[in-house]
Write a protein that binds this ligand. Structure first.
Ligand code: GLY
Length: 457
């Protein structure tokens, strides 16, 4: 198991304890999750907060940090002989704990006892929102009035949002593996193959670099379906592919990259027109992000650019600012421009999107597109985020709006019918906000039309 240096975890916990000041901080790990019966489990994924403060990537662990004293305790079992027989001997928990700077390891049964003792003494218990059944198990039987701690959530979000140099290194590794997955996909896509054949190549590349996936692969000729996890379509010339796939490296840092390319390896004139707009949107977004700018303003600027280009093409008409204000762009890009990324592909989403992506009091819009914007707040050096504009032609949505007369003054519905079999295009990179501006993580991943055509030739 690869870990950061001991002092990284010690410093992270010390910083958190200093912020919280008093009481106990409970950081819950994940357990195994049964797939179809107890012993047949999904691949284990440790809780990202546990990884951040305690690093140990193993199931059935929980930890307490005493905010007053700074002392940390890990609760978990050492291996039994049965474990050794069935899963093999691994490093002792006490040895792993020492590597992350924790000298005290206790039996899981004493966790509730220790918490109850503190509660009885009038101390506070801080814990994060739960999303797994085993987290509920940890809390079961404790005072039912307890609830997740807003001060702990905001402290963890503030800390994890600003990536350390060692994290940027790991994220860059994840993007490099992701880059190879994308190049492999471009090289192996051919008319007449099924999508799953290319998905197999992406997975092979990922596994060959000792990585897993940071989310389910989106690889489809039906790119207009935003989170399309089906891979059963036959790929035919004339269709566009969206490949949105990312590696999670062995330290559990995520890459999240999207590239779009024609099945035939050669863009048609129509595909080029839309692709160039998306690429211009992406480059504009990347060039705009810097400390101090609100990401919602980048989202809006990129959407305005799309509407401007669509107006030039005759797909929409009228005042671009009015269209933007009324939410016309959501018809073509119903998702947000991007999200934070780190140990989670949507970083810290378990802690609540509004804590992570919105400032206190910043209202989330209910308009299509903006309502799915996960990151709206002011950017700071050290933030890592995705910039991922897209254009999609969703026949069902276009038909619905048309039949409702929605945006009738702005949208040229007749012109859109010829795009009903177009699918979608998205281009996405992972970006670090620096003091000076920004840095796209990893080695450049081809995205210009000529570059993609050369790779696919
Ligand atoms: N890459 C998939 C997502 O961001 O939801």
């Amino acid at each position: 198991m690869r870990l950061f240096a001991t002092n990284i975890y010690e410093a992270r916990r010390k910083h958190l304890a200093a912020n919280i000041k008093s009481g106990l901080i409970l950081i819950m790990g994940n357990g195994e999750s049964a797939m179809n019966y107890t012993d047949n489990v999904y691949p284990f994924r440790q809780n990202s907060n546990f990884l951040y403060y305690f690093g140990i990537n193993a199931p059935e662990l929980n930890a307490l940090i005493d905010a007053d004293s700074g002392e940390a305790v890990i609760y978990g079992h050492e291996l039994t002989m049965d474990d050794i027989i069935w899963v093999g001997e691994v490093e002792k928990l006490s040895a792993l704990a020492a590597k992350v700077g924790v000298s005290k390891v206790k039996d899981p049964a004493s966790l509730k006892e220790d918490i109850n003792k503190a509660l009885t003494a009038g101390r506070l218990l801080h814990y994060l929102p739960t999303y797994r059944i085993e987290h509920h198990g940890v809390l079961k039987g404790l005072d039912p009035q307890l609830s997740p701690s807003a001060s702990l959530i905001t402290s963890v979000v503030a800390q994890r949002s600003v990536k350390e140099a060692v994290e940027i290194e790991e994220m860059t590794k994840a993007v490099e593996i992701t880059r190879n997955m994308h190049l492999q996909a471009m090289k192996t896509t051919k008319s007449g193959k099924f999508e799953y054949e290319v998905v197999a190549e992406i997975l092979r590349q990922c596994k060959s670099e000792h990585a897993g996936l940071s989310y389910g692969i989106i690889f489809s000729v039906n790119g207009q379906v935003l989170h399309n996890h089906h891979h059963e379509n036959l790929m035919e010339s004339g269709r566009m592919i969206i490949n949105d796939s990312g590696a999670e490296n062995d330290m559990c840092y995520a890459g999240d990259i999207t590239r779009s390319f024609p099945v035939s390896g050669k863009f048609t004139a129509k595909q080029k027109d839309i692709y160039q707009i998306v690429l211009e949107m992406e480059k504009t977004g990347i060039n705009m992000v810097e400390p101090g700018i609100r990401y919602i303003d980048v989202h809006k600027a990129v959407n305005k650019l799309m509407l401007t280009r669509f107006k030039e093409m005759g797909l929409v008409q009228g005042d671009v600012d009015a269209m933007l204000e009324q939410g016309v762009s959501g018809l073509f890009m119903p998702h947000g421009l991007g999200h934070m990324i780190g140990l989670d592909v949507h970083d810290m989403e378990d802690l609540g999107e509004s804590y992570v992506g919105y400032e206190y009091g910043q209202q989330r819009s209910d308009k299509l597109g903006l309502k799915s914007l996960r990151l709206a707040r002011k950017l700071q050096p050290g933030f890592t985020l995705t910039v991922e504009p897209g254009i999609y032609f969703i026949p069902q949505l276009i038909e619905k709006y048309k039949s409702e007369g929605k945006f009738a003054d702005f949208v040229n519905y007749d012109a859109l019918t010829s795009y009903y079999d177009f699918g979608g295009i998205r281009v996405e990179d992972n970006v670090l906000i620096t003091e000076e501006g920004r840095q796209v993580l990893g080695t450049y991943i081809p995205k210009e039309i000529e570059e993609i055509e050369a790779i696919m030739a």
